[in-house]
Design a protein around this ligand. Structure first.
Ligand code: RB5
Length: 151
C-alpha cells in the first residue's frame, strides 16, 4: 500500500476524525497531504472537497479522503469534479464493494455519524481493496462517457 499517495481534508465538523485518519495513514506508511482547519473555526466544505478532488483528478495523488459532519456535502461537491468517483461510506461492506465495483477514488465519511474505530476500519479496507475491472469497468466507462458528453 506504500505506493498510494493520499489527500485528506475535513471541515470543522471532522477535525477530530481527520486527525485519527492521519494517524492511521502514518501507521500504514501512506504519504498524505492534509487540508482543513486546525481549530473549531467554521469553514465551508466545498472548496476543500474541490482541492482534494482536483489533486486526485490530476493524478497528483492517488486517492482522496473527505470528512464533514455527515460526509454528504463533501461527497456531493467532490463528485462535481470530472473523473471523481466519490463514495459516501458508513460500513465496511460498502468500503470493500465500492473499491471492487466502482473503483472509487475518493471516500467521504461522516464524523458525526461514525465512531473513530469504524471509520479507521473503513479507510483501511478502502485503501487495501483493488478494483475488479471487467463488467464494472464497462459501467464506469458509461459514467465517464456521460460526464464527457455535451449536454
Ligand atoms: C457543517 O455544519 C455541516 O453542514 C457539514 O459538516 C456537512 O455535514 C455537510 O454535509
Amino acid at each position: 500500500m506504500s505506493a498510494l499517495k493520499v489527500a485528506l481534508s475535513s471541515d470543522h465538523g471532522g477535525i477530530e476524525l481527520r486527525k485519527t485518519i492521519a494517524h492511521l495513514l502514518e501507521s500504514l506508511d501512506v504519504p498524505y497531504q492534509e487540508f482543513g482547519p486546525e481549530a473549531n473555526e467554521s469553514v465551508d466544505y466545498p472548496n476543500l472537497a474541490f482541492t482534494v478532488a482536483n489533486k486526485v483528478a490530476t493524478n497528483e495523488v492517488d486517492r482522496g479522503i473527505l470528512i464533514c459532519g455527515t460526509g454528504v456535502g463533501m461527497s456531493i461537491a467532490a463528485n462535481k469534479v470530472p473523473g471523481i468517483r466519490c463514495a459516501l461510506v458508513g460500513d465496511t461492506f460498502t468500503a470493500h464493494a465500492t473499491r471492487e465495483h466502482n473503483d472509487s477514488n475518493v471516500i467521504a465519511l461522516g464524523a458525526r455519524v461514525l465512531g473513530p474505530g469504524l471509520a479507521a476500519d473503513i479507510v483501511k479496507i478502502w485503501l487495501e481493496t483493488e478494483f475488479e475491472g471487467g463488467r464494472h469497468e464497462t459501467r464506469l466507462n458509461q459514467i465517464a462517457a456521460f460526464e464527457q458528453a455535451e449536454h
